[in-house]
Write a protein that binds this ligand. Structure first.
Ligand code: RFL
Ligand code: PHB
Length: 389
């Protein structure tokens, strides 16, 4: 088989790139090692920047988001028993959209099916080859045979554990990493959210986040030790701990109910440079991971897709290579800004092993400054709604 672009990975990066390419008349095939239902079973991001919302519209996959998504004009920082609103819209004239990654993925899959795009699920041993030449190809096993797809370019959209980054010679790659000494225990439950906006809480017992998927579905997280066992956390224990970490006005209003998803996510910052190797491009989590505190992971995947799509579109329009040549530098510039923001939010909001009473006071002083200085609130808001592409 032959196509123009092979996309490895059918997560949000791969699907969004696929739809933008299809819309520009550029042939592409998506390969994933798992099936559609497995991909849709992963509960992840919930906050979309305006840039990502615009890309979903450009991909023709925004109708349901525009109907059901919740535009948010602000969020709260809670500390020292009180709640402080950050007026995103008032400070930046921008808002964010609360709409789950599961929904984004499902809408993109539906759009791909409607436009006749080819996705090969449950393809084993996917491997990129020859990407140091202008005629790369990808092989995979399915139905007892090895298949080969020849192409012009390969987009590695296969996440942190994918094969694309691992296929690059290790001496061609520089990696940067920080692993945080805690995780997030998250639940999803069909209960009305405790507040109509997100609450990020700093508490001496640890961080807590109240998010949502709709007016009737809540997504709550609490910081937990990395070796915590999920079976030790009944719903009641989770809600009790969440209540302790929230200001009294919210703790009293918390509606509880059975969770239908509960998982622990480790937190890390990771960047691999560069993001291009000949005719192979790394996109999204395949190239970088941020801790979820800044709600940036999926949004960074979207800005990578934007830069790569522009480069490929220009290449096919007039053989200009400027866009693909600049892809890595343009993407990494924005990546590092989001890595910094996510790291700083994580450091300011969480209890570290050495935080102690002094560290707690410093965090509270920083938060107090952030919410009371217009300049500092604006800087926070500008990063949260997303820096320009
Ligand atoms: P994905 O979503 O990991 O998709 C990669 C796809 O590649 C497939 N794959 C392979 N395919 C072929 N061969 C292989 N060898 C393969 N290995 C893997 C996988 O099956 C999968 O289908 O990466 P992508 O598309 O780059 O998307 C990135 C986002 O998923 C991620 O950045 C966000 O979920 C991060 N994140 C958040 N981001 C936000 O922007 N806002 C948020 O509010 C937010 N909250 C979160 C988050 C991530 C979380 N967790 C669990 C890590 C909250 C959490 C708890
Ligand atoms: C979520 O709703 O899952 C969510 C929201 C905001 C974050 C992280 C996760 O910062």
């Amino acid at each position: 088989m032959r196509t123009q672009v092979v996309i490895i990975g059918s997560g949000p990066s791969g699907l969004l790139l696929g739809q933008l390419l299809t819309g520009a008349g550029i042939d592409n095939v998506i390969l994933d090692r798992v099936g559609k239902h497995y991909i849709l079973g992963r509960v992840r991001a919930g906050v979309l920047e305006e840039g990502m919302v615009g890309l979903l519209r450009a991909a023709g996959a925004a109708d349901r988001m525009d109907r059901e998504g919740l535009p948010h004009d602000g969020f709260s920082l809670a500390f020292d028993g009180r709640d402080h609103r950050i007026d995103l819209y008032g400070l930046t004239a921008k808002r964010v959209m609360v709409y789950g990654q599961t929904e984004v993925t499902s809408d993109l899959m539906e759009r791909r099916e409607a436009t006749g795009g080819l996705t090969i699920y449950e393809a084993a041993s996917i491997a990129p080859h020859g990407f140091d030449t202008s005629s790369p190809y990808v092989t995979y096993d399915k139905g007892g045979t090895t298949h080969r797809i020849d192409c012009d370019f390969i987009a590695g959209c296969d996440g942190y554990h994918g094969v694309s980054r691992r296929s690059v010679p290790q001496d061609a790659l520089k990696t940067f990493e920080r692993v945080y000494p805690f995780g997030w225990l998250g639940i999803l439950a069909d209960i009305p959210p405790v507040s109509h906006e997100l609450i990020y809480a700093n508490h001496p017992r640890g961080f807590a986040l109240c998010s949502m998927r709709s007016q009737t579905r809540s997504r709550y997280y609490i910081q937990c030790p990395l070796d915590e066992k999920i079976e030790n956390w009944s719903d009641d224990r989770f809600y009790d701990e969440l209540r302790r970490r929230l200001p009294a006005e919210h703790a009293e209003n918390l509606v509880t109910g059975p969770s239908f998803e509960k998982s622990i996510a480790p937190l890390r910052s990771f960047v691999a440079e560069p993001m291009r190797f000949g005719t192979l491009f790394l996109v999204g989590d395949a190239a970088h991971i941020v801790p979820p505190t800044g709600a940036k992971g999926l949004n960074l995947a979207a800005s990578d897709v934007h830069y790569l799509f522009e480069g490929l579109r220009d290449y096919y329009a007039d053989r200009s290579t400027a866009g693909i040549d600049n892809y890595s530098a343009r993407a990494l510039k924005r990546v590092w800004r989001a890595v910094r923001f996510s790291w700083s939010m994580t450091v300011m909001m969480h209890r570290f092993p050495d935080t102690g009473e002094f560290g707690q006071k410093i965090q509270e002083a920083e938060l107090d400054y952030l919410v009371s200085s217009q300049a500092a609130s604006t800087a926070l808001a500008e990063n949260y709604v997303g820096l320009p592409y």
